[in-house]
Write a protein that binds this ligand. Structure first.
Ligand code: SF4
Length: 211
């Protein structure tokens, strides 16, 4: 299993090169992006974050002090903006109360405690929690998304209805626990899913994983 997973990584890296994730200027921006990216594409998230930046509001306290309606209107381009405004506020409340809005303070805590805390915030599921842990706080945890599950399923690693943990364990039990590797691997999977392993009409003939 380890050699198959390493082989996939090598093929993807050779084809696509480094993906330079996460596209953000600060750990806090990663956190906001990880919440806003639920069920939408990255371009819409960027628009929402640009609105926040234009208004000089990209700070935990300033965002938290906004009325929920105002926050929702700023993040409107990201879709589901009322729900996301609520989720973002839930996260900000936790982040300010437990860590005074400091990503550095948060990063000093251990991975399993942080994961448990994040999953305890209403509206934060495993993918969002792990994205924050890996890309904002540099914790060695593998992020699983729909692309990951689809590719693993199509290549016979997991069954069709496999859950998040099963897919995650596959990587974490068979690869070295390295932040850089997990960072790049997930980003490469997203690239593969977008360009080749699409839901309908996958482009297997020219895919880097064709064999
Ligand atoms: S596009 Fe085809 S070859 Fe490529 S990852 Fe998907 S199923 Fe595999």
């Amino acid at each position: 299993m380890t050699s198959r997973l390493n082989d996939i990584y090598r093929r993807l890296y050779v084809r696509f090169g480094p993906q330079k994730w996460w596209p953000a200027e600060s750990p806090f921006e990663v956190m906001v992006g990880a919440i806003l990216t639920q069920n939408t594409n990255w371009l819409n998230v960027e628009r929402a974050i640009n609105n926040i930046k234009k208004n000089k509001l990209l700070s935990p306290r300033r965002l938290y002090e906004l009325k929920q309606r105002r926050l929702a209107s700023l993040i409107k381009p990201a879709g589901y903006y009322n729900i996301k405004a609520k989720r973002l506020r839930n996260f900000l409340k936790f982040f300010i109360k437990d860590y005074q809005g400091s990503a550095l303070k948060m990063s000093r805590r251990g991975l399993s405690l942080l994961r448990q805390q994040l999953l305890g915030v209403n509206g934060i599921g495993p993918e969002t929690a792990d994205s924050i842990l890996l890309y904002a706080l540099n914790k060695p945890v593998f992020v699983v998304d729909a692309y990951t599950k689809r590719i693993l399923f199509r290549h016979g690693f997991i069954g069709e209805g496999a859950g998040y943990d099963q897919a995650q364990n596959l990587f974490m039990q068979n690869l070295e626990k390295r932040v850089k590797l997990y960072n790049e691997y997930h980003a490469l999977i997203v690239r593969l899913g977008k360009e080749f392993c699409r839901k309908n009409n996958p482009r297997c003939r020219t895919c880097p994983l064709k064999k």
